[in-house]
Ligand binder design. Structure first.
Ligand code: GLC
Length: 562
């Protein structure tokens, strides 16, 4: 490791504002515009009935944990009745809770109990496809070709003599997007064959989703995260495309036959008018689209917010983070929206691990191909602490993926026989998929499943989880959990509610900005220690500061006294 050495005196004293970037003092008023939202992968959060999978009973028993953490809202990954072939993103019944998670009454109790603690609840809605177990798809399969029951999905005859798929489209999880049924027709599935795509040109499909929105709004749901919001509409001429389209990529070519088609917008407006019938509710898009197309989704009668996934691909450098932050704030403000900040979620390698890999190593491949020796866990953990202070100091809303407040790493070495992500099989067992970030949360230092609630959790937890458990971190004033709690509390009490941010020049590979008149945020992404301004009072730091110096891979919030 490099020995920390001070920056040159010219860069170490008083930070100089470089530009009045993002200076529009747009006031944030609604809860979702500046909230801290905690993402709950319910299957892995807390197990209340001891069957190895998380559930509503477990989640309800941990609501006080979330209240103490200080979050404004929770987003729950799909909890609907599902055969779980894609972790619940294969919904068999949108009005029922999967029995492994509980039932509707318990969901209502949960929403009420969350509200009693001032925590809003965002549900995850999956409109692009249903499960193949959905009654509509079962009806479609039982019906002959040409029957109206097939029209709610996308069935077509094959190409050539009928034995070839209707187009060359490749599924996000690998393989063709078309599967042939016994009578010779093919149906479309952009994801797994167990996730047939709905036909959004069909009025019954549109009406059904109107009713599903109302069903959950009436039960007190405060917002919806809309899955694959850039899907839905397809070019029904099914032209061939070049190459596979990875969902987690925004670089789809313009005029792609199944991503980001203009026809999605009237559907969004229809949903928005329903959501607007209720007070203070919101819709959030998971849309992997070109940066210049995203604002279309954020027009005043469309989504309230869209996920901004750019930080997921940021390399650990002030330049990469700075560019993304500036660009994201500008883009959001241009359409009167607020930005969202995401470091991890249930689809990507946990960021403590990503930041422990060399910048030039593609983590999407590393997860399957290694080498494991490329990972420096300690560096990753340090940077993850710094990243928490970076994202929690930004204007807009910050999404925290469960376990990141414990500093959990990707479990990259799960035995292959426990892998459940369809990606593993669909890729011919060449891509491990997303299970490594979905391993159940450790609540206690010891005991079966580290207090998750079962003898054995549905995905095995590594022994390192004990030391990272909530119990272990609760009593440690220097733990990641303590840092998150302090940061969220300070963010609430000290940060201004506007969207103003002014970048500050503090030296090479130092990312710094002012919030309001008095709070300086500094992230040291350089290999040397950097001096904290002498008039500064450190409110919070991700690593101990020594003699007025902030070490490498660390961030701090500093009160600049005038
Ligand atoms: C979204 C979800 C992902 C799921 C996919 C298909 O991208 O985040 O987990 O596999 O949609 O529904």
């Amino acid at each position: 490791m490099n020995t920390p050495s001070p920056q040159t005196p010219s860069t170490m004293k008083t930070p100089t504002p470089t530009a009045a970037e993002n200076s529009t003092a747009l006031a944030t008023s609604s809860w979702w515009q500046h909230g801290v939202v905690y993402q709950i992968y319910i299957r892995s959060f807390a197990d209340g009935n001891g069957d190895g999978e998380g559930d509503l009973t477990g989640l309800r028993s941990r609501l006080d944990y979330l209240a103490t953490l200080g979050v404004d809202a929770v987003w729950i990954n799909p909890w609907y009745a599902s055969p779980m072939r894609d972790g619940g993103y294969d919904v068999a019944d949108y009005r029922a809770i999967d029995p492994r998670f509980g039932n509707i009454t318990e969901a209502e109790q949960f929403i009420e109990e969350a509200h009693a603690r001032g925590i809003r609840v965002i549900a995850d809605l999956v409109p692009n496809h249903t499960s193949s177990d959905h009654v509509w798809f079962q009806e479609a399969l039982a019906a002959p070709p040409g029957d109206p029951a097939r029209e709610r999905y996308i069935f077509r005859p094959g190409a050539g003599d009928g034995s070839e798929p209707p187009s060359n489209w490749e599924s996000v999880f690998g393989g063709s997007t078309w599967t042939r049924v016994a009578d010779g027709e093919w149906y479309l599935h952009i994801f797994d064959p167990s996730q047939p795509d709905l036909n959004w040109e069909h009025p019954e499909v549109r009406d059904e989703f109107d009713a599903i929105f109302r069903f959950w709004l009436d039960r007190g749901i405060d917002g919806f995260r809309i899955d694959v919001a850039h899907g839905l509409i397809k070019d029904m001429a099914f032209p061939d495309v070049d190459g596979r389209t990875d969902l987690l990529e925004a670089e789809h070519p313009v005029d792609h036959p199944h991503w980001d088609r203009d026809g999605v917008h009237p559907i969004i407006r229809r949903w928005r008018s329903i959501v607007d019938e209720y007070d203070d509710r919101m819709m959030l898009a998971e849309a992997w689209v070109h940066a210049e197309r995203l604002p279309l989704y954020l027009r005043p009668d469309e989504y309230h917010q869209a996920f901004n996934f750019d930080l997921l691909d940021a390399t650990w450098s002030a330049d990469s983070f700075g560019r993304i932050i500036g660009r994201s704030l500008d883009a959001a403000q241009a359409v009167g929206a607020t930005s969202t900040w995401v470091l991890s979620n249930h689809d990507v390698v946990r960021h403590a691990t990503r930041y422990g890999l060399p910048n030039d190593l593609a983590w999407r491949r590393w997860i399957s191909d290694g080498p494991t020796s490329a990972l420096d866990r300690e560096v990753g953990s340090r940077r993850a602490r710094a990243a928490a202070l970076v994202t929690l100091a930004l204007p807009g809303s910050t999404y925290i993926y469960q376990g990141e407040e414990l500093g959990l790493h990707e479990v990259a070495d799960l035995p292959t026989d426990v892998l459940q992500d369809p990606v593993w099989e669909r890729s011919g067992q060449t891509e491990r998929g997303r299970d490594g970030c979905r391993v159940p949360i450790p609540w206690t230092e010891e005991g079966p499943s580290f207090g998750f609630g079962a003898d054995a959790a549905w995905l095995p937890q590594p022994t390192s989880f004990g030391a990272q458990s909530v119990e272990a971190q609760d009593r440690d004033p220097n733990s990641m959990l303590t840092l998150y709690r302090a940061a969220i509390a300070l963010r609430r009490s000290r940060f201004p509610g506007d969207l103003h941010l002014t970048f500050v020049e503090m030296g090479t590979d130092i990312l710094a900005w002012m919030r309001g008149d008095d709070i300086l945020v500094v992230a040291n992404m350089s290999p040397s220690a950097v001096a904290i301004p002498p008039n500064g009072d450190v409110l919070l730091a991700s690593a101990p500061t020594l003699n007025g110096m902030l070490p490498p891979d660390a961030a701090a919030w500093i009160d600049i006294q005038s």
